[in-house]
Ligand binder design. Structure first.
Ligand code: NAP
Ligand code: MG
Length: 477
């Protein structure tokens, strides 16, 4: 039985209720977390507010950075333990989980260095005046994250907010709260003052709704579904606070006829099967120039058929999907595409000894997928790749931009002019050229266009999102 963190107290829910923690690999419950309440959220927001005038708020920027660097080191010192917690909770392969913990440490390291480097300026103004622009924290920041990369997500959203001196409240996903709880213990051991970080576990419609609608918060960072993203923006609007929304994607791999095939194929396969396709930046559409469509897609199919799915300990290419709802959702997309007569070009294999009660899905490559099919337009959030031919550069751009999303894209061609023309024409927050980078990339500003959301995380820009300015005008004669 785990507790959650409010101020410096590890507490159960105010009404004592709990939620089971279930393993996606075998469907069995193995732990419990508090099912937090609106009252718990209220206490967490107050603790975060109090921290701003307490020990946390009194630290100078370099001291904040030093504590964050110690947190990064603590995470690295506990990499194996945290990776095992994460793998058990999410079902992901151990190698992936270890990488996620390294990325979590990297977020704290990167933003530790940023804590004392984003600062104000002086502004020339009227004679007899001195104007200075101060850089300040927003205040209490709320962070609501999903279950696909729990450790990475908490680093991505919390590290810049802490670097800028905010008091934070985190609501992890109900399915995956364990790494956040262990992380918070380590953060306190590393010297993070009480109240700088609060964690309230529980349900989205209870804790998430109470937190995002709380009048005491100054900012919301949300990653998750478009449906909930809309609710978050409404809640933010009511309190007139800013929100950063990182929502879904349907990211295209745009492959021209002069592609370096040997280099591209494994990267394209990994970009969709990584984390069982449960990645907002998954490369879920494979757009291939018609002249090489058959031969290129055949190569991808060959690699795709070798993908192996299993438990964390088996440490194969990917694990199960998160929960029964996700299992049904992904399977429904696969079944419907088959019923529509869309050809299956390749399937990965589920390990024979994977538990029958686990949420395992066969990675599936479909093609050619009609441009109007659900698979061509909607986010599956599973290991399902939709291949489609295009005619020329203009058609590739139109097809790439033809969904409501705009998160990531990749362009594959040896023609430098075409590489840049297409990259500039594609609507996306990040465009990879002859490479792909789902996850990681702590240094690289990241976020959506169109329905993929707004605001930027990662990189230096994230520090601006979670801070504000104050203009001081002094008449000195
Ligand atoms: P979700 O419901 O949007 O969950 C994201 C976070 O929001 C979770 O912490 C969730 O809590 C919380 N939440 C849920 N309802 C809320 C509400 N009314 N107010 C405030 N917070 C709320 O996403 P999901 O249920 O985990 O997954 C559903 C679909 O979203 C997936 O199939 C996938 O398509 C998409 N998704 C996208 C991303 C991404 O990175 N872009 C990540 C995950 C999922 P609970 O955990 O308690 O629900
Ligand atoms: Mg949910």
């Amino acid at each position: 039985m785990k507790n959650m963190l409010i101020g410096d107290q590890w507490v159960s829910a105010s009404d004592g209720r709990t939620l089971s923690v279930v393993s996606p690999s075998d469907g069995r419950a193995f732990d419990e977390i508090p099912r937090g309440t609106a009252q718990d959220v209220d206490r967490a927001v107050q603790a975060a507010r109090t921290s701003l005038t307490g020990a946390w708020g009194q630290l100078n920027a370099s001291e904040r950075g030093r504590i964050m660097m110690r947190i990064a080191q603590k995470v690295l010192d506990h990499e194996e333990e945290l990776a095992q917690i994460e793998a058990k909770d999410t079902g992901k392969p151990m190698t992936t989980a270890r990488n996620d913990i390294k990325v979590l440490a990297r977020y704290f390291e990167f933003y530790a260095g940023g804590a004392d480097k984003l600062h104000g300026e002086t502004i020339p103004f009227l004679n007899g005046h001195q104007v200075s622009l101060l850089r300040e924290p927003l205040g209490v920041t709320a962070h609501i994250i999903p279950w696909n990369y729990p450790a990475q997500m908490l680093g991505r959203t919390l590290a810049p907010a802490l670097a800028m001196g905010n008091g934070t409240v985190l609501k992890p996903a109900e399915d995956t709260s364990l790494s956040a709880i262990r992380f918070a213990e380590l953060a306190l051991e590393a010297g993070l003052p009480a109240g700088a970080l609060n964690i309230v576990t529980g349900l989205g419609e209870e804790v998430g709704a109470a937190l995002s609608g709380h009048p005491g918060i100054d900012f919301i960072s949300f990653t998750g579904s478009n449906e909930v993203g809309t609710l978050i923006q409404q809640a933010a609007a009511k309190n007139a606070v800013k929100c950063v929304l990182e929502l879904g994607g349907k990211s295209p791999q745009i492959v021209f006829d002069d592609v370096d095939v040997e280099r591209a194929v494994p990267i394209i396969v990994r970009a969709i099967v990584q984390n069982a396709g449960q990645t907002c930046t998954a490369g879920s559409r494979l757009l291939v120039q018609r002249s090489i469509y058959d031969s290129f897609v055949a190569k991808v199919a060959e690699a795709f058929a070798k993908v192996r799915v299993g438990t964390p300990e088996m440490d194969l290419d990917c694990g199960p999907v998160m929960n029964p709802a996700q299992h049904q959702r992904v399977q429904r997309y696969i079944d419907q595409a088959r019923e529509q007569g869309i050809p299956v070009l390749a399937e990965g294999q589920i390990a024979a000894d994977a538990p029958a009660t686990g949420h395992f899905v066969k990675p599936t490559l479909f093609g050619p997928v009609p441009r109007t099919a659900a698979l061509a337009c909607e986010e599956v959030f599973g290991p399902v790749l939709a291949a489609m031919p295009f005619e020329d550069e203009a058609d590739a751009i139109a097809l790439a931009n033809g969904t409501e999303y705009g998160l990531l894209a990749a362009v594959w061609t040896e023609n430098a002019g075409r590489l840049h023309r297409v990259a500039k024409s594609v609507k996306a927050g990040q465009v990879f050229m002859n490479c792909y980078g789902a996850g990681g990339g702590v240094e690289l500003p990241f976020g959506g266009t169109k329905r993929s959301g707004h605001g930027r995380e990662k990189g230096f820009l994230a520090l601006e999102e979670v801070s504000t300015t104050k203009t001081l005008v002094h008449y000195h004669g």
